[in-house]
Write a protein of this length. Structure first.
Length: 132
């Protein structure tokens, strides 16, 4: 469950986010389709990610900036690192009408990209259905 508390934001301007995402995309090495389970779509926008503390007593929610999305997972920018293996819940806009979809996922990758900003890659526990 995503808490109703105020969300922490990434802490940089929309212009800075766009510049950072564009530089990450420009620097990316193309990966052949055979190395990925599903194709990615570049996606700009916001989503909400929530996760429990190690003691599972406190849920923290962040407004994150999306980088890309596939049926298997999503990459986003956040203002703090997340450990590999942490389970998160995401609310993200998908589909033609950009309706909010809630998905549970596992952090597969975390890397610092600039100052406190980290890129997180998560794998959904259930795929987003085709046509969503």
């Amino acid at each position: 469950m995503i808490p109703d508390d105020p969300l922490e934001d990434i802490g940089i301007s929309d212009e800075q986010v766009t510049r950072l995402l564009d530089s990450l995309d420009d620097a990316e090495t193309p990966v052949s389709g055979s190395e990925r389970r599903s194709s990615r779509s570049y996606l700009r926008g916001t989503a909400v990610v929530a996760f429990a503390s190690e003691a599972d007593t406190l849920r923290t929610a962040y407004r994150v900036r999306l980088r890309n999305l596939s049926r298997d997972g999503v990459a986003f920018l956040i203002c703090s690192p997340l450990a590999t293996g942490v389970e998160v819940t995401l609310e993200l806009p998908v589909g033609p009408g950009l309706s909010l979809v809630k998905r549970r996922a596992i952090v597969q990758r975390c890397r610092e990209v600039e100052g406190p900003i980290h890129e997180i890659g998560v794998e959904f526990l259930t795929e987003i259905p085709r046509g969503s």
